[in-house]
Design a protein around this ligand. Structure first.
Ligand SMILES: *Cc1c(COP(=O)(O)O)cnc(C)c1O
Length: 367
């Protein structure tokens, strides 16, 4: 007798997920490439972080401290925070996913803006929830549009500030207005992955807002300015009850011992962070100016990357630019998955890399 084959079926929502496609790290036929596709720092990590990582290699047989106490203490010290309200994770991606699983289930909605970071949608669908998207204005999140889409089923509003891939940000007054207008049962997640790069008087990563609210969380990462993307380290600052919920569902050893050691050393190395900011302060305006001069539209960015719009005319499209640059070993990020088929995102690289991209695009544009 032939039983019908009953293959395991994933939970509802899982098959709706378009798996995240990371930035490319190679180009066909090119031996060595310059990777400008994942917003990694061209300066690399702090020497102190590398040394701490190497020292940790001497005791790999031992489980890490499940509370990541040394890392939480270093973060608390750096920003003057209560370590009890810090939770560390394997990248902030893990923390975004844990927050989502803790607060969203089938029938619940997660809300984010039009060009918001793609991981929000993936996390919401993975938790069985429904993604809801609010339009942006000129590629900037729109608080009124977000508020208009809050329903009785909304559980989380996600805001990357500044946002990837646009590089735009919301001033603190707008973030405060959003927080103040949300019903108290709705969690506001402020994803401040690029906060260290932002030098604007009207910007805040959101620490004070977390301290004075019961429904606001801020996430941060060691992958960007600290140059430790390979180690997967992120952290969040939350009201005690929310930190407690995340701690209940996270893996008991979700941050490895080398990551704890390197992260703690990295956050103490203020000089290294300052050097990265200084590099960005020079090359972000330079790239914006040079690319604009070539006739390309650059979305005003406060991060360590720029979103470049290409013409739609034959021979000059974003896809053709991507191919043209890739052949020269310059790997940028296609952002069609964000609904931006005419754009490429470029991470600010070394001086040589930045100049090479501008020269190549000058040739490409025939400018
Ligand atoms: C890079 C990035 C992250 C960080 O990811 P990790 O998992 O910490 O490496 C989070 N949010 C945004 C918007 C990002 O661009």
């Amino acid at each position: 007798m032939n039983e019908p084959i009953q293959a395991p079926v994933p939970r509802s929502g899982v098959m709706q997920i378009q798996a995240y496609v990371p930035g490319k790290s190679s180009a066909a036929g090119v031996a060595r490439v310059v990777k400008l596709s994942s917003n990694e720092t061209p300066l690399g990590p702090s020497r102190a972080a590398i040394e701490a990582f190497k020292s940790a290699a001497d005791s790999l047989e031992a489980y890490p401290d499940g509370a990541a106490s040394a890392l939480r203490a270093a973060i608390a010290d750096r920003y003057g925070l209560d370590p009890a309200r810090i939770v560390c994770g394997a990248g902030s991606d893990e923390l975004l996913s844990l927050l989502t699983h803790a607060y969203i289930g089938p029938g619940d909605e997660g809300l984010y803006s039009e060009y918001g970071f793609l991981m929000y949608r993936i996390a919401i669908l993975a938790a069985g929830g429904t993604p809801v998207v609010a339009p942006e204005k000129n590629r900037v999140a729109d608080v009124d549009a977000l508020l208009a889409r809050v329903s009785s089923r909304t559980r989380i509003v996600y805001l990357a500030n500044p946002n990837n891939p646009t590089g735009t940000y919301l001033p603190h007054e707008e973030v405060k207005r959003l927080a103040a207008s949300l019903p108290p049962h709705v969690l506001l997640v402020l994803d401040a992955a690029y906060a260290e790069y932002v030098k604007r008087n009207d910007y805040s990563a959101g620490l004070e807002l977390v301290s004075t609210s019961t429904n606001v969380v801020m996430t941060r990462t060691f992958s960007k300015i600290h140059g430790l993307a390979a180690l997967r380290i992120g952290w969040l600052y939350a009201p005690a009850a929310i930190a407690d919920a995340v701690n209940r569902i996270r893996g008991p050893f979700n941050v490895s011992a080398p990551a704890i050691a390197a992260g703690a050393a990295a956050i103490r190395d203020l000089a290294h962070v300052e050097a990265s900011v200084a590099h960005n302060e020079v090359w972000l305006p330079w790239l914006t100016r040079e690319l604009t001069t070539l006739g390309l539209n650059v979305t005003p960015s406060v991060g360590n990357f720029v979103l470049i719009d290409f013409p739609t005319s034959a021979g000059k499209t974003a896809a053709e630019a991507d191919t043209f640059l890739s052949r020269r070993g310059l790997v940028l990020r296609a952002v069609g998955a964000y609904g931006l088929p005419h754009s490429l995102r470029m991470t600010i690289g070394t001086e040589d890399a930045n100049r090479a991209v501008v020269e190549a695009l000058r040739e490409f544009m025939g400018a």
